[in-house]
Design a protein around this ligand. Sequence first.
Ligand SMILES: Cc1ncc(COP(=O)(O)O)c(C=O)c1O
Length: 463
Amino acid sequence: MSLVRDGVVERARLDELIAEEERVFVTRQPRSAAVADRARASLAGGTTSSWQITRPQPVWIDRGEGSHVWDVDGNEYVDLHGGYGAMAVGHAHPRVVEAVSARVRRGTHFAQPVEDAVVVAEELSRRWGLPLWRFGNSGTEATMDAVHLMRAITGRRYIVKVEGTYHGHHDSLQVSVYQLLPELGPAERPVSAAASSGIPTEIVRLTLVTPFNDPEVLERVYAEHGPEIAGMIVEPIMMNAGIIRPADGFLERVRDVTARHGALLAFDEVKTGFTVGPGGATRLYGVTPDIVCLAKSLGGGLSTAAIGGTAQVMAHVANGDYEQVGTFNGNPLAMAAARAAVTEILTPEAYAHFDRLRGAMVEGCERAIAEHGLPAHVVAIGAKGCIVFSPTPVRNYRDFLEIDDRFSHLHWLMQHNRGVFLPPWGKAEQWLLSVQHTEEDCERFVGNFGAFAAAVSSSADAQ
Ligand SMILES: Cc1ncc(COP(=O)(O)O)c(C=O)c1O
């Protein structure tokens, strides 16, 4: 009997496999363990972001080059983590190194605009079809500006967001993110729940929640609150719950209902921008929002973000009605890297390269899934992809919650111990290819996935 056949999971055996791989993981990384110990005395929780804390221990990275990274113990990995989706250009890309080195020598910060910002903004306009842009420093800032702007323009108070979507850690959108089922309320009438401590209930109540791919609840939310809704923010492809594609017509419905009620629509393309296609999900699905938020792969590995909008929306920024500000906005170093990324590296050839490699990864994984009868499937778009450990498609966050996360954790550990660095946080995350990945890199990933599939299905046979 297979560990997973007919959907039956031999829980104890799965836990044993995880424990074994965690032992190997720790054995391979004694120096990481020592740095982690030292770090606990000066870094809260021992890392620089709570999402860098991984089980069994954080991985401390020494360097990255091309499609590979090395940890402080000298272990080499094919990097499919991609810095949580920011490294579509790969590590130390020669064009980024050149552009950033040249900029460093000419000064890195003035809090005055530099010409590179114009070139980047022009390219974003071309790709997204929105004329006017501003820069920030993180995805969180971009979606926070979007929320402020939607409220400033309409003078209304409610924001609508999708249940289970992460948009950054500011108050208005830290609502109903990674909640457990009992906190979510009934599916047809989801409740707004604080996703973090420190957010007053009064603010949580101003964010209304609707499930992804559910036009009925969407329409009801607008029917009940329409005149007070400032706008809606949505990830056009949901990417913090594996990868969930929009159902046919869903984005069009979102666009339509928002416009009908005089509200604005913002697409959060922090993850999808530059990775699912040259003009993100906006161009892929042909639905244009009023506002687009970008970050991650925009910066070619440096931290930057952008918010773009229609002429009507951005007039409120241009005329000072909404003050979009920041000391490091349009920072010269980040703009130099972003210019190289968007004008020289993420070219049409880059997207053809992603298509080729993705095809090989999907095919290899699907073959192993079929061979071993795993209740899993692959979802992949552009440079992004993931294995979903469910036999049936996932339509929304509630479907996603039903997936047993231990499969993803075991898969992550087995890939890691065999030289492939996937993003931690199991079932929520996706792989990211870069322009510097090769067929051999993908073969290593597929080979490891085959080993995982064999381990999961043969281990129970041996019992
Ligand atoms: C869809 C989405 N929006 C916004 C953010 C926030 O971006 P940042 O971490 O740069 O603040 C993230 C981060 O993972 C994200 O995935």
